[in-house]
Design a protein around this ligand. Structure first.
Ligand code: SF4
Length: 151
C-alpha cells in the first residue's frame, strides 16, 4: 500500500480509501464492520464517513474498537478518537466540539460508557495494539481537560 501525507497534519493516509456510502448494502453493522477490518488488514487507513452515508460513523467506530478489549478501564477509545479528529483534523470550533461531545455523552454512543477520558490509567495497552501509532494517552488527556472544564 502506498501512503501520502495528509496536508501538514503529519498523518500518512493510504492512497486508496474506503467510502462509507458502501454501507447502503443491506448488511448488518457487524458485517459491515468486518469489511472495514478487512480493509484495515490490507493497509487502508483512510475512511470516509458522513451523515449522508447512513450510519457510517457508527460502523467505523465499531470496527475501530479493536483496541478496546485491551483497556482495563473500558474507556470508549474509538469514540473519543473520532471526536478528537473532529476537532484537530476537521477544525470543529471549540464551542461546537463541546456541545457535540456533551450531547453524545448524554444521549449518543457514549451514553452507556463505563469510564471517561479522565479515568485513563496511562498503561499504554491500547497504544501497543494501535496500527496507526496514535498517541491515545495524550489525546485522552487533552479531552479529559476539556471535559473537566465542561463540567
Ligand atoms: S492507556 Fe488508558 S485508554 Fe489505553 S488501555 Fe490503558 S487505561 Fe485504557
Amino acid at each position: 500500500m502506498k501512503y501520502k501525507q495528509f496536508g501538514n497534519t503529519g498523518i500518512n493516509l493510504s492512497v486508496f480509501g474506503f467510502g462509507g456510502a458502501k454501507f447502503k448494502n443491506g448488511k448488518s453493522n457487524e458485517e459491515n464492520a468486518e469489511l472495514v477490518l478487512y480493509a484495515m488488514d490490507r493497509g487502508i487507513n483512510h475512511f470516509d464517513a458522513g451523515v449522508g452515508y447512513t450510519n457510517s460513523e457508527e460502523i467505523f467506530g465499531l470496527a475501530a474498537n479493536y483496541c478496546m478489549p485491551y483497556c482495563p478501564k473500558h474507556i470508549p477509545i474509538a469514540e473519543y478518537m473520532l471526536f478528537y479528529n473532529r476537532k484537530h483534523i476537521f477544525g470543529c470550533p471549540q464551542e461546537e466540539f463541546e456541545k457535540r461531545l456533551g450531547f453524545h455523552k448524554q444521549w449518543g454512543t457514549f451514553a452507556k460508557r463505563e469510564a471517561d477520558a479522565k479515568d485513563c490509567a496511562k498503561c499504554g495497552a491500547c497504544e501497543k495494539q494501535c496500527t496507526q501509532h496514535i498517541d491515545i494517552v495524550g489525546r485522552l488527556e487533552e479531552i479529559a481537560g476539556i471535559e473537566a472544564r465542561m463540567s
